[in-house]
Design a protein around this ligand. Structure first.
Ligand SMILES: Cc1cc2nc3c(=O)[nH]c(=O)nc-3n(C[C@H](O)[C@H](O)[C@H](O)COP(=O)(O)O)c2cc1C
Length: 185
């Protein structure tokens, strides 16, 4: 799919068809996540692929979000901050959050490119998820991502206006609109 189309096509999908995705597509999306930037090139982010229906049901309960039950596959993204915090001290926590987000976005975009729907779920009881997947104490749970073919016909979410998203030179300065200049290379 064209790059701009992938970015604009991605949306949160909260209804899935019964058809089971090919797990190799999910591995391709994990590969895309692996290429995300990371502070100091330290690798804190971990992906757990879950296909066991009982564990998926447990994750849906941990998040109290029933649509997760309909996913054949769920990815749980975690992060181990040990190395990053050793290098960057208290800033490490921020870096781990940010590189997790970068990896998650790569993952979601590649799923979109492959025709799969997903949703970034961030609301859950951490300890419940950790228990379900035997995640060690020091490892944080970043996101639960149910995956499937979309059956979601709800309206697309509204995105911020350019004016309130993009400033020029100074925070809040929006009197100049971005000029679309096409240069010949
Ligand atoms: C950090 C984060 C946490 C989120 N948590 C949830 C969640 O718990 N449940 C849910 O249905 N969607 C969740 N979302 C998805 C947002 O609701 C969604 O991205 C937003 O409404 C914009 O819609 P779009 O993804 O279709 O563009 C989360 C998104 C982010 C980035």
């Amino acid at each position: 799919m064209d790059f701009d189309k992938v970015i604009k096509e991605r949306r949160s999908v909260r209804k899935f068809k019964k058809k089971r995705p090919d797990w190799r597509d999910i591995l391709d999306a994990i590969e895309a996540a692996r290429y995300a930037p990371s502070a100091g090139n330290l690798h804190a982010v971990k992906f757990i692929l879950v296909d066991n229906p009982e564990i998926i049901a447990d994750l849906a309960e941990a998040a109290d979000q029933d649509f997760i039950l309909d996913a054949h596959y769920v990815i749980v993204v975690c992060s181990d901050p040990t190395q990053v915090e050793r290098s960057y001290y208290e800033r490490g926590e921020r870096y781990v959050r940010q590189q997790s987000g970068a990896a998650i976005e790569n993952f979601l975009l590649k799923l979109t490119d492959l025709g799969l729907g997903s949703c970034w779920v961030g609301a859950f009881v951490d300890d419940h998820v950790k228990k379900a997947l035997r995640i060690p104490e020091k490892v944080a749970v970043e996101a639960i991502i149910p995956i499937g073919y979309s059956a979601d016909i709800s309206k697309r979410s509204k995105k911020p206006d350019e004016d309130s998203f993009f400033y020029f030179n100074k925070y809040g300065a929006k009197f100049l609109k971005p000029r679309r200049v096409v240069e010949e290379r």
